[in-house]
Design a protein around this ligand. Structure first.
Ligand SMILES: Nc1ncnc2c1ncn2[C@@H]1O[C@H](COP(=O)(O)OP(=O)(O)OP(=O)(O)O)[C@@H](O)[C@H]1O
Length: 289
């Protein structure tokens, strides 16, 4: 006797194989009766099986060897009772907020500069500051320069995502700038110190990607600061001591990227891979600023 199989959501192979052992003819017969049975084995799907929703029509599917492709395509559509959609199966990835941090002198600025050169649709957020403009700096490019009063007005109006008083000057991240660029589909890069990253983690939680940048060793990190020749000996000592402490914060980040001596290019590639992987995630992060 041939059992009706449509009303069991069983894998046909398991059914067929068990039958084959006892009766090969039976296997052959059941298999050829319904060759167009769709999505027979769906381990991740909760879609009701065919007998609960709609049965396949009786349209016969032409041979794959002789039929032309449009004919075969249409026969598959008719057989399943619906048109195949050409809409993208995966929606456009959401804009990311990428927070880049790490101890002083590891190469954060260099990394971001290179990333902007090689990748489109990235906006590096320009920080607002109450610090006076230095020679060579450009308002709106290096910082948004403003008076303390203007800065505090932004704080009062809740227009800053995060702010801090650094060596007597205010620095803060304007929310509106992030919103504007995210609405245009840009990924957002924020460069903050370790304290700033901790504050942003509290505000944004897992909705942003937190990347910790390090040199390959402590000694290399110190050498880079020495070679940069931007610090006085006092400031050098403070920066190095702080950097050693800051390394302990690595565990609070999502990714750690090593910027090894002379390997800035490969470091940029790693960061790009992180961004690409984040964009391929099934559950996307969704930063709300
Ligand atoms: N891969 C690398 N190999 C060698 N030198 C590097 C590399 N990356 C950056 N540097 C150098 O290290 C120094 C520090 O880089 P950078 O100013 O980008 O660091 P930073 O993390 O932004 O520092 P800070 O937090 O103090 O502003 C610079 O002189 C830069 O040219």
């Amino acid at each position: 006797m041939i059992l009706p199989r449509f009303c069991f959501n069983l894998h046909p192979l398991s059914l067929s194989l068990s039958r084959t052992r006892s009766n090969p003819l039976l296997f052959f017969t059941t298999f050829t009766l319904h060759p167009q049975f769709p999505q027979i084995h769906k381990p991740f799907s909760s879609t009701p099986n065919m007998c609960e929703s709609h049965k396949p029509s009786t349209v016969s599917i032409p041979s794959v060897d002789s039929a032309d492709r449009p004919e075969l395509y249409r026969a598959l559509e008719s057989s399943l009772g619906s048109k195949f959609s050409s809409e993208p199966l995966v929606p456009t990835p959401k804009p990311l907020v990428i927070v880049i941090s790490g101890p002083s002198g590891v190469g954060k600025d260099c990394l971001i500069k290179c990333l902007r050169e090689v990748r489109q649709n990235i906006h590096f957020v320009v920080t607002a500051t109450s610090r006076p403009m230095r020679e060579g700096e450009v308002d709106g490019k290096d910082y948004f320069f403003m008076s303390k009063e203007e800065f505090l007005k932004l704080v009062e109006n809740d227009e800053l995502l995060e702010y801090a008083l650094v060596y007597g000057d205010y620095k803060g991240i304007p929310k509106q700038q992030i919103r504007d660029y995210m609405s245009k589909g840009y990924d957002i890069v924020l460069r903050v110190d370790i304290q700033g990253a901790a504050t942003l983690r509290k505000i944004l939680g897992d909705s942003a990607v937190f990347v910790f940048l390090v040199a390959e060793s402590e000694s290399e990190m110190v050498m880079r600061l020495i070679n940069r020749k931007t610090e006085s000996k006092e400031s050098l000592l403070v920066r190095v001591a702080t950097a050693k402490e800051e390394l302990r914060q690595m565990k609070n980040f999502d990714y750690v990227v090593v910027n090894a001596e002379g390997k800035l290019e490969s470091c940029v590639k790693t960061l790009e891979s992180i961004i690409d992987a984040e964009k391929a995630k099934v559950s996307q992060r969704r930063a709300m600023v």
